[in-house]
Design a protein around this ligand. Structure first.
Ligand SMILES: Nc1ncnc2c1ncn2[C@@H]1O[C@H](COP(=O)(O)OP(=O)(O)O)[C@@H](O)[C@H]1O
Ligand SMILES: [Mg+2]
Length: 342
């Protein structure tokens, strides 16, 4: 991968201060408080890890910030705009783009087309602006080239023409990463990017993620492996029972009494492997009628609906293909849930 593959989102002139500041964000399900965050900041150009035991509220916090779930209260200012109440597609259009704990792909499209769908118009033009055929054909070719580069960058170079539905759970995570980078985000939020990814690919995935800030992409990611967290994070934030209980360097947070207590008091008691396989996709209306919606916005909207397929990202031990670094478990195919007939 060369640096220019992920270029196109270099920091602009307003690039000072935190890129994201969330204040008093709350969400309850029934009587249970899933998220209650007083204050949360992400410094521009940094890599921030969000850790915490199962059920701590990490995924729900991601869902709230990115508009995939509605907060009961709170505000969060991203690039100077309060996004509370905004729709997922609007938030994605602004450059705050997330991936899912269990990857969501369009199974009947090729890997390349899945990546291409991440593209959003670079200068903020409406899709309808390029009505001249030679303009959109040239743009189409450029997008295809970039999508191919990003698929290769993510380790899926051999798979670009395969249907995404044939990929394993780990490969789908890589596909999601490529699609998210394709949308030229300024803040990329990765929910357990390593989960289900073949160990042989993890180091390269780590390297890919650590390259992103150099390309103007701030990273916020959920991860359970403290070695991974220590390797690439500038700052670590720990959640438990919906609240932020610690923040600092990886070693500070790992040594924090409240953090140790939170993990030991949890169901697993293991700070190194607290992955949550639960999927809570909430089907919603897909607002694709708005002509001002960029393609990434459409993807963000579509990803809220049932049009996508998820696969259990649990990787059975001892079933790895050492000779094919992109292959994890072929049994994954059998566990895929079917998308709607098209
Ligand atoms: N859609 C939902 N309905 C009901 N409870 C939910 C829903 N989503 C999350 N929760 C609850 O909110 C809490 C936080 O869950 P989650 O955000 O998935 O935690 P984490 O990602 O840190 O493991 C848990 O108690 C979970 O059961
Ligand atoms: Mg989670």
């Amino acid at each position: 991968m060369t640096a220019d593959v992920v270029s196109s989102s270099a920091p602009g002139p307003t690039s000072t201060g935190p890129i994201l500041v969330a204040t008093d964000v709350e969400k309850s399900f029934g009587g249970v408080t899933a998220v209650s965050v007083d204050r949360f900041e992400v410094d521009r150009g940094s890599i921030v890890a969000l850790i915490g035991p199962n059920g701590a509220g990490k995924t729900t916090f991601f869902n709230l910030l990115t508009g995939f779930e509605r907060a009961d209260r709170g505000s969060w200012v991203f690039e100077g705009a309060d996004l509370a109440g905004s729709h997922a597609y609007q938030i994605a259009q602004r450059g705050m783009v997330r991936t899912f704990q269990t990857a969501r792909v369009f199974p009947r499209l090729t890997v390349l087309d899945n990546v291409r769908l991440g593209a959003q118009s670079q200068r903020g033009e409406r899709l309808t602006a390029s009505v001249l055929p030679w303009r959109w054909k040239a743009q189409d070719a450029a997008l295809a080239t970039r999508a191919r580069e990003l698929a290769t960058w993510a380790g899926l170079g051999e798979k670009v023409d395969d249907l995404a539905g044939t990929l394993s759970g780990g490969q789908r995570k890589l596909l999601e990463l490529a699609r998210a980078v394709m949308s030229a985000p300024t803040l990329l939020m990765l929910d357990e990017p390593m989960a289900g990814v073949n160990p042989a690919l993890r180091q390269s995935l780590l390297d890919r993620i650590s390259e992103l800030p150099g390309e103007g992409i701030t990273v916020l990611f959920v991860e359970h492996d403290m070695d991974v967290v220590s390797a690439i994070s500038d700052r670590v934030v720990c959640m438990a029972e919906g609240r932020i209980i610690a923040s600092g360097t990886a070693s500070e947070v790992a040594a924090d009494e409240a953090v140790i207590e939170a993990y030991l008091g949890g169901s697993s008691g293991d700070l190194r492997d607290m992955g949550d396989q639960a999927v809570r996709a909430t089907p919603r209306d897909v607002p694709v009628g708005d002509e001002a919606v960029g393609e990434a916005g459409v993807v963000a909207a579509a990803l809220q609906a049932d049009h996508v397929e998820t696969v259990d990202d649990e990787l059975p031990a001892g079933r790895l293909h050492a000779d094919d670094p992109t292959a994890d478990d072929p049994a994954d195919d059998g566990t895929a849930t079917e998308g709607p007939a098209s």
